[in-house]
Write a protein that binds this ligand. Structure first.
Ligand code: B12
Length: 151
Protein backbone atom coordinates (compact mmCIF):
# COMPACT_ATOMS: atom_id res chain seq x y z
CA UNK A 1 0.00 0.00 0.00
CA UNK A 2 1.24 3.48 -0.80
CA UNK A 3 0.66 6.14 1.81
CA UNK A 4 0.05 9.60 0.41
CA UNK A 5 0.89 12.65 2.44
CA UNK A 6 -0.61 16.06 1.73
CA UNK A 7 1.31 17.59 -1.15
CA UNK A 8 3.61 20.48 -0.55
CA UNK A 9 3.56 23.66 -2.59
CA UNK A 10 6.58 25.08 -4.35
CA UNK A 11 6.55 28.57 -5.83
CA UNK A 12 9.09 29.12 -8.57
CA UNK A 13 10.00 31.83 -11.02
CA UNK A 14 12.73 33.75 -12.78
CA UNK A 15 13.54 36.96 -10.94
CA UNK A 16 14.10 40.46 -12.30
CA UNK A 17 14.12 41.28 -16.01
CA UNK A 18 15.45 37.86 -16.92
CA UNK A 19 13.63 36.12 -19.78
CA UNK A 20 15.29 32.67 -19.79
CA UNK A 21 12.34 30.32 -19.49
CA UNK A 22 13.67 26.83 -20.27
CA UNK A 23 15.29 25.97 -16.93
CA UNK A 24 12.26 26.95 -14.89
CA UNK A 25 9.99 24.93 -17.17
CA UNK A 26 12.14 21.85 -16.62
CA UNK A 27 12.09 22.43 -12.87
CA UNK A 28 8.31 22.81 -12.92
CA UNK A 29 7.91 19.48 -14.68
CA UNK A 30 10.39 17.71 -12.41
CA UNK A 31 8.86 18.98 -9.15
CA UNK A 32 5.35 18.17 -10.41
CA UNK A 33 6.43 14.66 -11.38
CA UNK A 34 7.93 14.28 -7.88
CA UNK A 35 4.52 15.01 -6.35
CA UNK A 36 4.79 18.68 -5.43
CA UNK A 37 2.14 21.27 -6.22
CA UNK A 38 4.00 23.78 -8.37
CA UNK A 39 3.10 27.42 -8.87
CA UNK A 40 5.24 28.62 -11.77
CA UNK A 41 5.33 32.42 -11.89
CA UNK A 42 7.31 32.34 -15.14
CA UNK A 43 9.92 34.85 -16.25
CA UNK A 44 10.39 38.49 -15.19
CA UNK A 45 8.94 37.97 -11.74
CA UNK A 46 9.34 40.72 -9.14
CA UNK A 47 10.30 40.14 -5.52
CA UNK A 48 6.78 41.18 -4.47
CA UNK A 49 5.17 38.69 -6.86
CA UNK A 50 7.19 35.86 -5.30
CA UNK A 51 6.13 37.01 -1.82
CA UNK A 52 2.43 37.35 -2.74
CA UNK A 53 2.33 33.92 -4.38
CA UNK A 54 4.10 32.30 -1.44
CA UNK A 55 1.54 33.76 0.98
CA UNK A 56 -1.44 32.97 -1.23
CA UNK A 57 -0.40 29.33 -1.70
CA UNK A 58 1.11 28.83 1.75
CA UNK A 59 4.27 27.65 0.02
CA UNK A 60 6.75 25.31 1.60
CA UNK A 61 9.51 26.56 -0.69
CA UNK A 62 10.35 29.50 -2.94
CA UNK A 63 12.67 28.62 -5.82
CA UNK A 64 14.31 31.49 -7.64
CA UNK A 65 16.00 31.11 -11.01
CA UNK A 66 18.36 33.56 -12.67
CA UNK A 67 20.43 33.10 -15.80
CA UNK A 68 21.34 36.48 -17.20
CA UNK A 69 24.03 37.53 -14.74
CA UNK A 70 22.16 40.06 -12.58
CA UNK A 71 20.96 37.77 -9.81
CA UNK A 72 22.84 39.53 -7.04
CA UNK A 73 21.26 42.92 -7.75
CA UNK A 74 17.84 41.36 -8.30
CA UNK A 75 17.97 39.56 -4.95
CA UNK A 76 19.06 42.47 -2.76
CA UNK A 77 16.42 42.86 -0.08
CA UNK A 78 14.46 39.83 -1.27
CA UNK A 79 14.42 38.07 2.08
CA UNK A 80 13.27 41.25 3.80
CA UNK A 81 10.35 41.42 1.37
CA UNK A 82 9.49 37.79 2.11
CA UNK A 83 9.75 38.36 5.83
CA UNK A 84 7.56 41.45 5.73
CA UNK A 85 4.92 39.51 3.83
CA UNK A 86 5.06 36.81 6.52
CA UNK A 87 6.51 34.09 4.28
CA UNK A 88 7.89 31.12 6.17
CA UNK A 89 9.44 28.99 3.43
CA UNK A 90 12.69 27.38 2.41
CA UNK A 91 14.40 29.51 -0.25
CA UNK A 92 16.65 28.23 -3.03
CA UNK A 93 18.31 30.00 -5.91
CA UNK A 94 19.92 28.49 -8.98
CA UNK A 95 21.13 29.10 -12.51
CA UNK A 96 23.95 31.24 -13.92
CA UNK A 97 24.22 33.38 -10.83
CA UNK A 98 27.28 35.45 -11.61
CA UNK A 99 28.88 36.77 -14.74
CA UNK A 100 31.46 34.17 -15.66
CA UNK A 101 30.74 32.01 -12.60
CA UNK A 102 34.33 30.72 -12.41
CA UNK A 103 34.46 30.61 -8.62
CA UNK A 104 31.19 29.11 -7.55
CA UNK A 105 32.02 28.86 -3.84
CA UNK A 106 32.22 32.63 -3.66
CA UNK A 107 28.92 32.94 -5.50
CA UNK A 108 27.39 30.43 -3.09
CA UNK A 109 28.52 32.50 -0.09
CA UNK A 110 27.17 35.70 -1.63
CA UNK A 111 23.70 34.24 -2.00
CA UNK A 112 23.77 32.51 1.38
CA UNK A 113 24.56 35.89 2.89
CA UNK A 114 21.55 37.28 1.03
CA UNK A 115 19.48 34.72 2.94
CA UNK A 116 19.04 31.75 0.60
CA UNK A 117 19.02 28.34 2.27
CA UNK A 118 20.67 26.65 -0.71
CA UNK A 119 22.45 27.86 -3.82
CA UNK A 120 22.73 25.77 -6.99
CA UNK A 121 24.87 26.18 -10.09
CA UNK A 122 23.76 25.72 -13.70
CA UNK A 123 24.93 22.08 -13.73
CA UNK A 124 22.30 21.13 -11.17
CA UNK A 125 20.02 18.23 -12.05
CA UNK A 126 16.42 18.80 -10.91
CA UNK A 127 16.58 15.58 -8.83
CA UNK A 128 19.31 17.11 -6.69
CA UNK A 129 17.13 20.08 -5.82
CA UNK A 130 14.16 17.81 -5.17
CA UNK A 131 16.17 15.59 -2.83
CA UNK A 132 17.53 18.64 -1.02
CA UNK A 133 14.04 20.04 -0.57
CA UNK A 134 12.68 16.77 0.77
CA UNK A 135 15.54 16.80 3.26
CA UNK A 136 14.91 20.42 4.25
CA UNK A 137 11.18 19.94 4.80
CA UNK A 138 11.57 16.60 6.52
CA UNK A 139 10.35 14.27 3.77
CA UNK A 140 12.13 11.10 2.76
CA UNK A 141 13.98 11.27 -0.55
CA UNK A 142 13.80 8.35 -2.97
CA UNK A 143 17.02 6.40 -3.42
CA UNK A 144 17.74 7.80 -6.88
CA UNK A 145 17.17 11.36 -5.66
CA UNK A 146 19.40 10.77 -2.64
CA UNK A 147 22.24 9.59 -4.86
CA UNK A 148 22.31 13.03 -6.53
CA UNK A 149 22.85 15.13 -3.39
CA UNK A 150 26.36 16.49 -3.23
CA UNK A 151 27.79 17.13 0.19
C1 B12 B 1 18.61 30.20 -24.82
C2 B12 B 1 19.38 31.35 -24.24
C3 B12 B 1 18.85 32.64 -24.41
C4 B12 B 1 17.49 32.90 -25.07
C5 B12 B 1 16.39 32.68 -24.01
C6 B12 B 1 15.09 32.20 -24.63
C7 B12 B 1 14.08 31.93 -23.56
N1 B12 B 1 12.95 32.57 -23.65
O1 B12 B 1 14.33 31.14 -22.65
C8 B12 B 1 17.63 34.40 -25.50
C9 B12 B 1 18.22 34.47 -26.87
C10 B12 B 1 16.36 35.24 -25.44
C11 B12 B 1 18.70 34.87 -24.49
C12 B12 B 1 18.86 36.20 -24.14
C13 B12 B 1 19.88 36.65 -23.31
N2 B12 B 1 20.89 35.92 -22.80
CO1 B12 B 1 20.92 33.99 -22.85
N3 B12 B 1 21.28 32.16 -23.03
C14 B12 B 1 20.61 31.16 -23.54
C15 B12 B 1 21.42 29.85 -23.40
C16 B12 B 1 22.08 29.56 -24.77
C17 B12 B 1 20.64 28.62 -22.96
C18 B12 B 1 19.75 28.81 -21.72
C19 B12 B 1 18.90 27.58 -21.58
O2 B12 B 1 17.75 27.58 -21.98
N4 B12 B 1 19.48 26.48 -21.04
C20 B12 B 1 18.81 25.20 -20.90
C21 B12 B 1 18.21 25.06 -19.50
C22 B12 B 1 17.61 23.66 -19.35
O3 B12 B 1 19.24 25.19 -18.57
P1 B12 B 1 19.32 26.36 -17.50
O4 B12 B 1 18.53 27.50 -17.96
O5 B12 B 1 20.74 26.53 -17.12
O6 B12 B 1 18.52 25.74 -16.24
C23 B12 B 1 18.98 24.59 -15.54
C24 B12 B 1 20.00 24.92 -14.43
O7 B12 B 1 20.61 26.16 -14.55
C25 B12 B 1 19.24 24.78 -13.16
N5 B12 B 1 18.52 25.94 -12.63
C26 B12 B 1 18.14 27.10 -13.22
N6 B12 B 1 17.47 27.85 -12.35
C27 B12 B 1 17.40 27.19 -11.19
C28 B12 B 1 16.82 27.50 -9.96
C29 B12 B 1 16.91 26.59 -8.92
C30 B12 B 1 16.29 26.92 -7.58
C31 B12 B 1 17.58 25.35 -9.10
C32 B12 B 1 17.66 24.36 -8.01
C33 B12 B 1 18.18 25.05 -10.32
C34 B12 B 1 18.08 25.95 -11.35
O8 B12 B 1 18.26 23.80 -13.47
C35 B12 B 1 17.78 24.04 -14.81
C36 B12 B 1 17.24 22.74 -15.37
O9 B12 B 1 18.25 21.76 -15.45
C37 B12 B 1 22.46 30.23 -22.30
C38 B12 B 1 23.82 29.54 -22.37
C39 B12 B 1 23.78 28.17 -21.77
N7 B12 B 1 24.27 27.22 -22.48
O10 B12 B 1 23.27 28.02 -20.65
C40 B12 B 1 22.58 31.75 -22.50
C41 B12 B 1 22.95 32.66 -21.31
C42 B12 B 1 22.18 32.22 -20.07
N8 B12 B 1 22.47 33.97 -21.76
C43 B12 B 1 23.25 34.92 -21.41
C44 B12 B 1 23.03 36.31 -21.68
C45 B12 B 1 24.14 37.26 -21.28
C46 B12 B 1 21.85 36.75 -22.30
C47 B12 B 1 21.49 38.21 -22.61
C48 B12 B 1 21.77 39.21 -21.51
C49 B12 B 1 22.22 38.55 -23.91
C50 B12 B 1 22.07 39.99 -24.37
N9 B12 B 1 23.15 40.73 -24.21
O11 B12 B 1 21.00 40.37 -24.79
C51 B12 B 1 19.98 38.10 -22.92
C52 B12 B 1 19.12 38.34 -21.67
C53 B12 B 1 17.73 38.70 -22.02
C54 B12 B 1 16.86 38.67 -20.79
N10 B12 B 1 16.16 39.76 -20.54
O12 B12 B 1 16.83 37.71 -20.08
C55 B12 B 1 24.47 34.41 -20.66
C56 B12 B 1 24.43 34.72 -19.16
C57 B12 B 1 25.82 35.13 -18.70
C58 B12 B 1 26.05 35.06 -17.22
N11 B12 B 1 25.11 34.81 -16.34
O13 B12 B 1 27.18 35.19 -16.88
C59 B12 B 1 24.49 32.90 -21.03
C60 B12 B 1 25.07 31.96 -19.94
C61 B12 B 1 25.32 32.77 -22.32
C62 B12 B 1 26.80 33.06 -22.12
N12 B12 B 1 27.62 32.03 -21.99
O14 B12 B 1 27.18 34.19 -22.05
N13 B12 B 1 19.41 33.83 -24.02
Amino acid sequence: MVLHTMSQTVVLGVIGSDAHVVGITILEQAFSAAGFDVVNLGVQTSQEEFAEAAVEHDAEAVLVSSLYGHAEQDCQGFHEVLEEAGVDAVTYIGGNLAVGQDEFERTRRTFEELGFDRVFDSETEPDEAIASLREDIGETATESERATISS
